[in-house]
Design a protein around this ligand. Structure first.
Ligand SMILES: [Zn+2]
Length: 337
């Protein structure tokens, strides 16, 4: 068993050369809450590797065009080429039915990404794999991915920010899991989501005049989703990890006092040594990275100012603000907004 009570699928008893069970730090929460920023800061710390949303790694290997944060196509990036070669070498030491190519993993996702597997894992932990060959194969494939990343990067902790709960549940079977639940003021989240939606539509040449009512309806639906998501991920983290392996952080604190948030995470991970990213005059210096998937911020390199995005204060009108506050008030109170 791993030290989190999980079964080590590639146990050292089975193979003395097998890499250790990886430590996985999952950043969970609603989108537009600063997950890429936190991941990039953690990536600057020795012994930590942030891969972005690692669920998409297989697609990125397969399509040949998606770009790694280093600027190269993932297929041409030396780091990810080395990870894939090691992943395949680890797979070949396993039974003949193991997934051996990214396409195998993509195929498995179709049968594994189902609600029944999510609830089985939440209910039964690793016993959910019994009699489920596709799930077992996929979990083993992900465990090898985390192990290969750890070995190639030299990191002891792999940070994953994949958004869907099923990815998180699977990661809890693939390694020793830790959680950071990142929360942002819902008014900021809603405004940022809407701004992004408009930007994406404009890029596609679909600019539109949005009626006040349909905009209000979208804010209402998104706010309810924000409520449900935050309640669910907090509950999921409690089910999947030990209480001392979960932490709640606020986007606003990450900007105002980044050291405090990062030290809190270092403490939770019980890392022997740590070097925080270089933080000067409210800016953080990002080096080149190999974040596989995530928003455009993953490409940012060099000194980057840490500024809280408070555009919502001007961007939302009074009615929109009230609507969001009304629908989110129990959690806003709980999270002290
Ligand atoms: Zn790269």
């Amino acid at each position: 068993m791993g030290d989190n009570g999980r079964v080590d699928i590639l146990s050292p008893e089975k193979d003395k050369m097998a890499p250790a069970t990886p430590r996985i730090l999952y950043i969970v929460g609603s989108g537009r809450s600063g997950t890429t920023l936190l991941g990039k800061m953690l990536n600057e710390m020795e012994g930590v590797f942030f891969g972005g949303e690692l669920r998409f790694v297989w697609e990125q290997y397969a399509d040949g065009r998606s770009r790694c944060a280093c600027g190269k196509a993932q297929a041409a990036c030396e780091f990810w080429a080395e990870v894939l070669a090691l992943w395949q070498a680890l797979s070949s030491s396993e039974e003949r039915t193991a997934a051996r190519t990214p396409l195998d993993m993509i195929e498995l996702q179709a049968s594994v990404f189902q609600r029944r597997h999510l609830f089985a894992i939440l209910r039964k932990g690793d016993r959910a794999m019994r009699g489920q060959p596709a799930l077992t194969k996929y979990v083993m494939g992900m465990q090898r991915l985390y192990q290969a990343i750890a070995q190639v990067s030299g990191a002891k902790v792999i940070v994953d920010s994949s958004k869907r709960p099923i990815d998180t549940a699977i990661a809890s079977l693939a390694g020793n899991i830790y959680f950071v639940h990142l929360i942002r003021d819902p008014r900021g989240v809603m405004f940022s989501r809407e701004k992004r939606r408009m930007r994406v539509r404009a890029m596609k040449g679909k600019s539109e005049q949005v009626g006040a009512l349909s905009l209000a309806l979208r804010y209402a639906i998104n706010t309810i989703q924000w409520d449900v998501r935050n309640v669910f991920v907090a509950w999921m983290a409690r089910r999947l990890a030990q209480p001392r392996h979960t932490q709640r952080s606020h986007y606003e604190d990450l900007i105002a006092q980044p050291e405090r948030t990062l030290y809190g995470i270092v403490d939770m991970l019980q890392m022997d040594s740590c070097n925080l990213p270089s933080l000067h005059d409210n800016s953080v210096d990002f080096s080149q990275s190999h974040i596989a998937h995530g928003n455009r911020m993953r490409f940012t390199v060099g000194p980057t100012p840490l500024r809280e995005d408070r555009a919502w204060e001007q961007g939302l009108n009074r009615n929109q603000r009230r609507l969001i506050e009304l629908l989110a008030w129990p959690l806003m109170r709980r999270y002290e907004y």
